[in-house]
Design a protein around this ligand. Structure first.
Ligand SMILES: [Zn+2]
Length: 206
């Protein structure tokens, strides 16, 4: 646990789990990074700017249990959990979601740049704090908006193969519309991630 206000964390399977503990997302951060470090789960998100591009080689099936390149749709690795009669890949409101998320990412980058600039220019502490609070509120409001959007989708709760996962908007698929490995917030793992965590618990305990 890192005593820092700034949002961040990382988890490597069987190696480490780290997260910042002094921000509004600490519960989410811990559980998300725990998913990586304890159960070897992959990141299902793809819209936020991360430090790596093309993390997964095209045409190669990722080893993580919750991401697929869908090279063999009839033998999906989570096929035992698939919803009845669901099409693969599973259609969803991806275009609208991407538009909404990209708009937020743009504002987020701007406000983070502004904060960095204020710090460089030794701006008054209270002004920096005020801008940081504004950034936190934006993040919270956006997460609430995303939750509301995904919750009302008719694909919510279905297990299929939804395009957009593993830092890639195309060519990689996740099991459900939403998951603790996909968006921020107090929410559960998707069915496939949940079962991967249970599998590891059984491996250690039985
Ligand atoms: Zn998941």
């Amino acid at each position: 646990m890192v005593n820092h206000k700034r949002y961040g964390g990382g988890g490597i399977y069987n190696l480490y789990c780290t997260f910042t503990a002094d921000n509004q997302w600490y519960r989410y951060l811990f559980l998300h990074e725990f998913g990586h470090s304890f159960a070897g789960l992959g990141d299902e998100y793809y819209t936020s700017s991360v430090a790596y591009n093309d993390f997964y080689t095209r045409g190669v099936e990722p080893t993580e249990p919750n991401i697929t390149a869908l090279l063999d749709p009839d033998n999906l690795k989570w096929k035992e959990y698939m919803s009845e009669g669901i099409s693969v890949p599973t259609p969803w409101e991806k275009e609208d979601f991407d538009t909404m998320d990209l708009a937020y990412q743009k504002i987020r980058t701007e406000i983070n740049d502004k904060i960095a600039q204020m710090k460089r220019n030794n701006a008054p502490q209270d002004e920096i704090a005020k801008t940081e609070q504004e950034s936190e509120k934006l993040s919270r409001d956006h997460a609430n908006k995303v939750d509301a959007y995904l919750n009302k989708s008719r694909f919510n709760g279905i297990v299929g193969a939804f395009e957009g996962a593993g830092y890639s908007a195309e060519g990689l698929y996740r099991p459900m519309l939403d998951c603790l490995m996909f968006t921020k917030g107090d929410k559960p793992f998707c069915k496939v991630c949940e079962m991967a965590v249970i599998r590891i618990i059984r491996f250690y305990s039985e």
